[in-house]
Design a protein around this ligand. Structure first.
Ligand code: KIV
Ligand code: ZN
Length: 434
């Protein structure tokens, strides 16, 4: 990750006051199999769930929300299969979501029988709007729902001997909740579960609907971290959605504001505009010289598997992974990239510094080959680059100008992209066959 320290240098040189930066990866939790799955047109069957689970394990996720087993028989059966077929690695903890309702909590405990460890994720909604419109309860009524749920979970622990239970509570719609009330309800739940530094409780603070600019989200997280009692007894977790399209920024600022953990999905699948995209967050971290602690070295495989499991395409311009993101169409970009690549080859440094290419595509398993495509907007640099890389020919300056005009003419008359093969044929016809 050292090779991206150029970003760091730019930041340092431009700053006029101390910047805070993310210096380490958070605890990651994938909710692809729950929040992601519940938003699919065609929810995953067992084959797709298994593929997704295995991918997440291979990528290095240590916490995976595998479903809402009390609400879905498919989720229940899938979890039973994972446990009974011993498919959960020892260092991976499965997470199960449950509403704070008695029969759902009891069924959740049936679903985790025999697991080595499990995060039981209790939630109820706390925002002013949900209290008034959906639950028609006052604040005390909402606290009672959470506390009763927490008490039942505590009571049921002896029914799963041999399973290490980790407690998680989400005040759903946290970002629409008055902060002191969010703190009070979380503290009431912490008391039931006897949170301590040895028995940390995960407090997950969802932006169930993204309602504000990322800085306001970060202010909410900062306030919560500063005002919750016994900060060392809790893990503060973010669960951003992306309604305003600023889920990534909200998460990064939320981490800077003091959060320890992030829940999200691959490429941002999830309800409405999705959950926060964990792959983008991980690559973003890499570009700042920070080890994301997730294996993103073969990003195309991650994309192909996610597309298969979700039956949803990833956009060609999706950050870091889209089919087109390492492709330069315009001549000036192509020329600058060519110069950057040449300078890089000539230097002994591993530092990545190529204009218009913020990362070395190879670091995430993409290749240089598709970077330069030639169409009617390409300049002489792009054509010369193809001749150099594909045909090992260095064209003199004057020839570059003449040849690129011919290529541009073909591109303009056909309106199509020009392949390296056509470039070579044109070169051959124009200059070699006489
Ligand atoms: O977005 C949300 O609030 C959720 C909770 C159930 C954690 O998915
Ligand atoms: Zn959610």
């Amino acid at each position: 990750f050292e090779r991206y320290r150029a970003f760091e240098q730019v930041k340092l040189e431009n700053r006029s006051w101390p910047n805070k930066t993310i210096t380490q990866a958070p605890i990651w939790c994938s909710v692809d199999l729950r929040d992601g799955n519940q938003a699919l047109i065609e929810p995953m069957d067992t084959t797709r769930k298994k593929k997704m689970f295995n991918l997440l394990v291979e990528m290095g996720f240590k916490e995976i929300e595998v479903g809402f087993p009390s609400a879905s028989q498919t989720d229940f059966d899938f979890l039973r299969m994972l446990i009974e077929k011993d498919m959960i690695p020892d260092d991976v903890t499965i997470q199960v979501l449950t509403q704070a309702r008695e029969h759902l909590i009891r069924r959740t405990f049936e679903s985790i029988q025999g697991a080595k460890s499990a995060i039981v994720h209790l939630y109820n909604s706390t925002s002013e709007l949900q209290r008034r419109v959906v639950f028609r309860e006052d604040k005390q009524g909402i606290i009672d729902i959470a506390v009763k749920g927490a008490e039942l979970i505590k009571e049921l622990i002896p029914t799963v001997p041999g399973t290490k239970i980790i407690h998680q509570y989400s005040p759903e719609s946290f970002t629409g909740t008055e902060l002191p009330f969010a703190r009070d309800i979380c503290e009431a739940v912490m008391d039931v579960w006897e949170a301590s530094p040895e028995n940390k409780v995960i407090l997950n603070l969802p932006a169930t609907v993204e309602m504000s600019t990322p800085n306001v989200h970060a202010d909410q997280i900062e306030w919560f971290c500063a005002n919750i009692k016994n900060r060392d007894s809790v893990i503060i977790s973010l669960h951003p959605h992306n309604d305003r399209g600023t889920g990534i920024a909200a998460t990064e600022l939320g981490l800077l504001a003091g959060a320890d953990r992030v829940e999200g999905t691959l490429f941002g699948n999830g309800e409405r505009t999705g959950n926060v995209d964990l792959v983008t967050l991980a690559v973003n971290m890499m570009t700042q010289g920070v080890d994301p602690k997730l294996d993103i070295s073969d990003i195309n495989r991650i994309k192909d598997t996610a597309e298969y499991c979700n039956q949803l395409p990833v956009h060609p311009r999706h950050p870091w992974v889209g089919e087109l993101v390492y492709t330069a169409f315009s001549g000036s970009h192509q020329d600058a990239i060519k110069k950057g690549m040449t300078a890089l080859k000539a230097s002994n440094e591993d530092l990545w510094e190529v204009p218009y290419l913020p990362i070395d595509p190879q670091d995430i398993g993409r290749s240089y080959e598709a970077i330069i495509r030639i169409n009617s907007q390409s300049g002489k640099g792009g054509v010369a680059y193809i001749m150099q890389t594909d045909y090992h020919m260095e064209l003199p300056k004057a020839l570059q100008v003449d040849f690129s005009k011919r290529i541009q003419h073909i591109a303009e008359t056909t309106g199509k992209e020009i392949t390296p093969e056509v470039i070579w044929e044109t070169f051959d016809e124009s200059y070699l066959r006489w």
